[in-house]
Design a protein around this ligand. Sequence first.
Ligand code: SF4
Length: 758
Amino acid sequence: MSGMSEEEPGPRVSPPGKEAGGWPAVASSLRHVVGRDGLARGGRALARLNQVGGFDCPSCAWPDPDGERSFAEFCENGAKAVASEAMKRTIGREFFARHSVADLLERSDEWHDKQGRLAEPMILREGASHYEPVGWDEAFAVLAEELKALDSPDEAAFYTSGRASNEAAFLYQMLARAFGTNNLPDCSNMCHESSGAALSAAIGVGKGTVSLDDFAAAEVILCVGQNPGTNHPRMLATLESAVERGARMVAINPLKEAGLIGFAHPQKPAGLLGRATPLASSYLQVRVNGDLALFRGVAKCLRDDPDFIARETTGYDEYRRLLAGTRWDDIERLSGVSRRAIEELAELLAAGGRRVITCWAMGLTQHRNAVATIREIVNVHLMLGAVGREGAGLCPVRGHSNVQGDRTVGIWEKMPEAFLAALDRQAGIRSPRGHGHDTVGSMVAMHDGSVKVFVALGGNFAQATPDSGFTAEALRRTRLTCQVSTKLNRSHLIHGRRALILPCLGRSEDDAGRLVSCENSMGVVQASRGRLQPAAAGLLSEPEIVARIGEAVVGDVGRIRWRWLAGDYDRIRDWIEAVVPGFDDYNRRVREPGGFYLPNAAKQRKWNTASGKAEFSAAPLDAFEVAEGRLILQTLRSHDQFNTTIYGPDDRYRGIGGGRRIVFLNPDDMRRRGVGPLEEVDLTSHWPDGERVARRFRAIPYDMPPGMAAAYFPEANVLVPAGSVALGSNTPTSKAIEISIAASGPVEDPKHGHPRSS
Ligand code: SF4
């Protein structure tokens, strides 16, 4: 994709950090907030961020304390997210008149984010080079015209990013179903879908089973395939409290990450002075995709809880036979961790009163065997009896503020019959029953022409998805792309024959005093009420935009009265309460300080599984392996990004300043290949359908196991084939891609044809 220019000056490289937080985090937060919003507006935003009566952070989904909250209940990356959203600067007709789509494509993602808030609806007419202003009514009419012209509702796809509130998401899924399709791809397809699939099968609920209180009682906390210092920074305060209380934290991650090593709490004098609390007492640098083998090894030498197993579970005998038949050689080779270290971990887990919490993120979910790996972790917890008890449980940490809530209120291409029947009863419609397309399915369907209209409620589909070249071709083959957004991004520039940008209010902004709600990683639903003056007059809220689309496309059908619902969000919540279990008395409880916990049967050891018991799995032992001389690439975030939003070019904790076309490599692997530090290399991924190339990345030696490589997304997404997905969840395998590296040649002229590249 142009704009992510290959020509990038060499980054500044310094030794990676040994702790996260501290004064640099405060300085960075202030720089972003004051720099973009100004002291007054920025200060007002931070004063309300994650506060009772304030608004929920639009970034990750780490929970707020149940009790008293800090005066600054946010982290550096929460501050950056708010700084990006609460910008005073706006862009509208003048900006788009100055910049053609082609020109904007040449700009970087960071530049896009810095341009300001979208201020008015814009349309790109067929064959036009520039977006132009369009009235709301005409915009909705254009979308309705395209949708109604389709031969089948399944020729449309309705994408959701995890920022959408419960209220907007509920209306949106109802819109798609009233229109006649279940094509509801969403960003969780690319992140924790594997967690949902594994947990639903094993314990009967697709969510984590712990609360913050459990962290206060845990004896051992495992952080697996997760980098909380960048992706869930407030979690570090929770981990610090646990460690200070005597709990042991174990980091399991191929890369040495500052936020797993130590934390200098910026709201404590010692922390501000840089005195960090050591976090991980043990750091296992597992091989990429070696986690299944690691936990198989742990289970092999773990002292189990026979009473719990006999009472609560099924499938243990088969699993025990599998353990007995699994060779330690294979475990050590595939995990990259020694038997001794694995035995020590098993001892630690069984010793700590079995109050064990395992946390994980994309480092586990974006692999071909992700579902089997997460089930292996559940197996270990079932052996320990460490589910549904105080201080113990499973904790997939969600990376987007309401991604879990969106799923709960119906954003899924395969919602169960119970939900669809309840929705039909409430809305007076007949929802389709055939499963729709998820994210990868939608990419493929747009590419083969079977999906012709793409609508996105937030997000940056073109950059978030794998196989960037393929996705771009797919989006460009549609008749219309329509994005509901707050900021300019690359998905506005990789578009269908026609394109619409519908600017919406941000979560930090006053929405006529109305509150929305979100669900965090631990199943807490709480209110979010924006307080800032909207960035521009005439912006509509997400629920209003969805209602207006509903009105234009399907009209008031059944019992649905779109404007009436969007006129008072209490009405939408009444409908959610009627359709989704666990939302009783929603409107009263959501207004209580801190909101309310949704029921989670597994916490009470009620297993809504096929057998009615918690289920052991017995997957074959495997790990991703590559041909001789190749490497396993994982994509990851820098510290200056949230998903595809790039706040800046630095990655402070990994010692990188001013560069994104970076590939981290094991120093010995570099020496063996004659690649010097900062040397420019091309990355080529290998897949049955051919090669994909990402050019001119700077090679950076980094503390990681041999045979591994790591590069940022979206720059490296071009290397991830659309067809490379996790079994059982269809999640792109962005954490394990087979690549080779070679010194970069001279910049080639694309006209002369070479493998798909960026
Ligand atoms: S930890 Fe996550 S939710 Fe909390 S302030 Fe930081 S980015 Fe926002």
